[in-house]
Design a protein around this ligand. Sequence first.
Ligand SMILES: [Zn+2]
Length: 92
Amino acid sequence: MKKKKTKLIPPDLERCQAEKSNGWNFMTLGGRREMVRCDNEPTVIVRELVPGEDGRKGSMSLCTECLVQFMMRVCPTAETHAFEEIEHEPST
Ligand SMILES: [Zn+2]
């Protein structure tokens, strides 16, 4: 039996991988909820230490702003998530 391999998307070090729905505004009435990819520069990579609902451990890059939202929504602990700071090369 062949194992079905699904590629995990590697963390994008150039662009935050969070998707915001209407700028994280849950109070928006009416209209479609569009997911917009954040285009800030990421500062941290979040790695799942326990498999998610899809049975896979994912990782994604987040900017400071999205990290704050992530902390509030997901409430990660040291057991569930690891955080890695992204070191950017000085652009000189
Ligand atoms: Zn972001």
